[in-house]
Design a protein around this ligand. Sequence first.
Ligand SMILES: [Fe+2]
Length: 231
Amino acid sequence: MEADLVARLEEKERQLERYAADLRETFKAERARSAELRASYMATVRALANAVEARDAYTGRHAERVAAYGLEIARAAGLELADDPQTEFGFLLHDVGKVAVPDAILFKSGSLTEEEYSLVRRHPVIGVEILRDVDFLGEGKLVVRHHHERWDGQGYPDGLAGDAIPLAARVFAVADALDALTTDRPYRPASSFADAREEVLRGAGSQFDPIVVAAYRQIPDATFQALRESL
Ligand SMILES: [Fe+2]
């Protein structure tokens, strides 16, 4: 009787161990699958961003650099959105709507006509239209729509001002300006990071959110330089 009970208990214990092992395996497999899914999302977003950039020999890896600078600034500001992949998706895809702007306008060397400029200004809205059904981009789509808004409300497409501009888009604006200034353009050579810094600081409170600029200020030029060289 006693031996029978012990045997039954031992069998139960073995069974529980098997369940636990199964659960551990399932959990590990789930985790691997979700990491794989995340990596696929990121690779897809990068592919799309690179397809947009491939048109423009001048900007090169602009989207990758802006994403890296933007995340660095968001981290310096202690923002949770720095850890949200949707933020990086938005940074990478900000200009996807430019696919709808003809080369003749996008690469025009002279100044744009009123009509041409208004077409260029539609690219954030076109971008959001293109990405509308891609649910995993989530809040990233707010960056696409609002990446040309200005803190003083003089930006586009919605003329939002101050805190009404989504935070990730306010971070993006600083990163975007920094990369634009430190990259050669057909009509002017690149500025140094030190010169670009002065320009960005001047824009605090008009073009840029002063809090975001304050976070940017804490990051040395060498950090951005190293990021630029690593991409
Ligand atoms: Fe843009």
